[in-house]
Design a protein around this ligand. Structure first.
Ligand SMILES: [Zn+2]
Length: 440
């Protein structure tokens, strides 16, 4: 005998109490059955994920279902190479007019042209019922940097509301050091210097050091740099190199990152001299320019010839300075140039000094010289009519006019600025010493 008939039999004997029992026991069974049938119909059930009125949970006539708008969905998309924001939206099937309105709204806080490949964009879209390229943007979230996020939200058919959120970012310092066996690159990577930090380290030293030829086995490096973290402690990106030191042939070459009171950020050595040094246009004191760069009638050869340097007339024995810090690449007799020195400054520039009477003792090929150090003395060796310095600047191995060369000025901090720099310098050194390379 079934459960229902049993209940009915009891009800027939004990009515009207029985009638109440029938109603309270059978009805829930029926409702339960009816709801589970509906749960198995995914087309109806999926609406429960969206903020639609609860009434849609009730059984819906399949014919009427077509009248409900399709559900909104969220998609994270990555900007492709050579992608514009509009192209990306088109590809995601966004209706063109809506896409243009969205980009226009976004541009209140964000330049769409600065959209970079790999950047992630969050889209909340509602497909329209008919036709292709008919998605409507409900929300779009763009994060141009770890510091901020821009959101647009559709408020009616035509308009978007734009908002910008700013995030706090924490900077933490890390240090690495090591000894060079083959190249700075290899040594730094091996000791765990992140690649972007290494590239920055190489860049700030490029005025003084030629990384292909200027580094020797046993030279050392030190670096203190920043890593940026989001509020919740997640690594976001690498920051700046704040201190670097290349120990070349046992000599320290420290550089400190410093922001001047005028807001100019640069790297300065321990004397407050900018790492971005200009090559000296006149590497000699009290000299008179006697012949410029360019075509001229040669005083000895007697015909027109391109003069690839500038001549400074000066008494024999006048000291000649290294125009910039670097390393000696040539030294000795060099045909018509007479006694000749060539200094390499970084990877692009070299300077040459000719007709010297003699070289400064201790100057030899491979030695490092500082800007302004004496390297030799004025003479008249080689093809020369009288004591003078023939000076050349070579950029990528070609002589250029030293007087026309535009170079960043070799700024030197002084007075109060130098005092401020010194305190930053002391702090950076202290931070470097306090840190441990295992502190990762
Ligand atoms: Zn000359």
């Amino acid at each position: 005998m079934s459960l229902v008939r049993k209940i009915v039999n009891v009800a027939l004997r004990k009515a009207p109490l029985g009638l109440l029992v029938v109603v309270t026991s059978i009805l829930p069974l029926l409702i339960f059955d009816w709801r589970s049938t509906n749960a198995a119909r995914p087309n109806v059930n999926k609406y429960s994920f969206y903020n639609t009125p609860a009434i849609r949970l009730l059984p819906v006539d399949p014919v009427l279902e077509k009248d409900f708008p399709p559900p909104t969905f969220t998609k994270k998309v990555k900007v492709g190479k050579d992608d514009t924001l509009i192209n990306l939206l088109k590809r995601e099937g966004v209706a063109l007019e809506n896409a243009h309105k969205a980009v226009k709204a976004l541009s209140k806080f964000y330049d769409p042209r600065r959209t970079k490949p790999g950047q992630e964009i969050t889209l909340v879209l509602t497909p329209q019922t008919s036709g292709p390229n008919n998605n409507i943007i409900q929300r779009m979230v763009v994060r141009p940097s770890i510091y901020n996020e821009i959101t647009i939200a559709l408020i009616d058919d035509q308009r978007f509301r734009v908002s910008k959120q700013t995030f706090a970012v924490k900077r933490r310092l890390f240090k690495e050091n090591g000894s060079i066996k083959t190249s700075l690159y290899e040594a730094a990577i091996k000791s765990g210097v992140p690649k972007p930090i290494l590239m920055e380290l190489i860049r700030i030293y490029s005025w003084d050091v030629d990384f292909q030829r200027g580094i020797r086995v046993g030279d050392k490096f030190e670096v203190l740099f920043e890593k940026l973290f989001t509020e919740n402690g997640k690594f976001a990106r690498f920051g700046n190199v704040v201190y670097g030191n290349l120990i070349l042939r046992g000599e320290n070459n420290p550089l400190y990152r410093y922001r001047t009171s005028k807001g100019i950020i640069g790297y300065f050595d321990n004397k407050g001299k900018s790492a971005r040094k200009a090559l000296m246009r006149t590497p000699i004191n009290g000299a008179r320019l006697s012949s410029g760069f360019g075509k001229r009638r040669h005083p000895i050869l007697g015909y027109n010839k391109l003069h690839r340097g500038v001549d400074f007339s000066a008494p024999r024995g006048t000291p000649v300075y290294a125009a910039g810090s670097g390393s000696i690449v040539k030294k000795g007799r060099n045909g018509a140039y007479g006694n000749y020195i060539r200094v390499r400054h970084g990877s692009k520039f070299e300077t040459a000094y000719a007709h010297l009477s003699r070289f400064k003792p201790g100057i030899r090929i491979g030695a490092r010289v500082r800007q302004g150090a004496i390297i030799g003395y004025v003479g008249s060796t080689g093809r020369s009519t009288g004591p003078h310095l023939h000076y050349e600047i070579l950029k990528n191995n070609t002589q250029i006019n030293p007087l026309r060369l535009k170079m960043p000025s070799g700024k030197r901090l002084a007075g109060n600025e130098l005092a401020l720099f010194s305190s930053v310098q002391a702090k950076l050194e202290q931070q470097y010493t306090a840190l441990d390379t295992n502190h990762k």
